[in-house]
Design a protein around this ligand. Structure first.
Ligand code: SAM
Length: 332
């Protein structure tokens, strides 16, 4: 079947419109379009270099990078069937890419990269070190994790074992899981003498996706650890997690003009709010909900920055303190 996304039209053997979908060759997942839109627009906003789409599936992500940016792209997948599909899709879209049919570890270690995309089914925990080690200085990784239940659901004990941090369930779980996963990437970088700096993070649907750039050197690695902390959330010790900026504001500005899909545009518009505070305020007063937009407008009228968050549909991010927020909420 033919699928159109961004500027490419590809052939896929099966598609999925919502959720994680199933593991099969030639599989296209519509739920991941936002992740791909943001990958392409982030690379488009950076100085072009050499990118590896290390687990490329149908090839849609790498083909979009090659067509919509000035990066040179290599696609790789362990499945022969997928690689054949990538070759056909590249030809049909007149895109010039190199295609490899190798195991992930062979592909990433075959040269040094400016960008490595790591997009496995499930946890990427065993894949991250190889990607970081094979980046050029200041190279970037974009990593997806779909085992969100390990940091947000019933299996958070397993998450502690895999990602090395205590998480919590409840309203804040999506922001906390994203910050723990970001911490995990920075920690792996530090173990390999690289300082990780997050560029952008996405918590959407069934997955988390984080982009981090890594600078070589023990000084950079040490400095990156300064933002990893353990905190108290509703009486529980949570972390260690990453408490610094999740978004690079200059990069977001350069990405603004990208022709995003409507859904990605909605998600992207919240990115500028996410670093206004750690966690967020809720829109309820004495058990009653107040319209989110009404609160946001009032905060802005009084000179504060404010807006929605992708971490909770009823959450509000603002640079006001807790007491100030309560006063404003009570005045409405
Ligand atoms: C989630 S899919 C990738 C989806 C794709 N990046 C996209 O945006 O549509 C994961 C892919 O990893 C491939 N894969 C699994 N194990 C691998 C390995 N050890 N080395 C390389 N590719 C592998 C699978 O064949 C599958 O195509």
């Amino acid at each position: 079947m033919k699928i159109r996304e961004g500027s490419v039209e590809i052939e896929a053997l099966s598609t999925y419109e919502k959720g994680p979908g199933k593991i099969s060759s030639g599989f296209y997942n519509r739920t991941m379009q936002t992740s791909r839109d943001l990958t392409v627009s982030l690379l488009n906003a950076m100085k072009p270099g050499l990118a590896l789409d290390s687990m490329a599936g149908t090839g849609i992500r790498g083909l979009r990078i090659a067509k919509e940016t000035r990066w040179k792209v290599v696609l790789n997948d362990i499945s022969k069937k997928n690689v054949r599909m990538q070759e056909e899709n590249a030809k049909a879209n007149s895109v010039d890419v190199e295609i490899m049919n190798d195991d992930y570890f062979c592909a990433v270690s075959s040269r040094k990269w400016d960008y490595i995309d790591v997009d496995p089914f499930g946890s990427p925990s065993g894949l991250v070190d190889a990607a970081i080690m094979n980046l050029k200085n200041n190279g970037i990784i974009g990593v997806t994790m779909t085992d969100t239940a390990n940091l947000e659901g019933r299996s958070i004990n397993k998450g502690r074992r895999i990602y090395g941090s205590a998480s919590v369930q409840g309203v804040y779980s999506k922001e906390i899981s994203t910050r723990i996963f970001t911490k995990f990437l920075i920690e792996r970088g530090a173990a390999l003498d690289r300082g990780g700096r997050p560029l952008m993070a996405l918590r959407d649907g069934h997955f988390i996706r984080v982009f981090v750039s890594f600078r070589k050197g023990s000084g950079a690695a040490e400095a990156a650890l300064n933002d990893l902390k353990t905190v108290d959330v509703a009486g529980k010790k949570v972390g260690p997690l990453y408490l610094g900026r999740l978004y690079d504001p200059e990069l977001l500005k350069r990405m603004e003009s990208f022709p995003f899909s409507d859904e990605t545009k909605r998600i992207f518009s919240n990115f500028r709010n996410e670093d206004l505070m750690f966690l967020f305020f809720m829109n309820s007063k004495n058990g009653m909900e107040v319209k989110k937009m009404k609160i946001v407008e009032e905060l802005q009228k009084r000179g504060h920055s404010a807006g929605g968050t992708n971490f909770h549909p009823k959450g509000i991010k603002s640079n006001i303190d807790e007491e100030g927020y309560r006063n404003i909420l009570n005045s409405l």
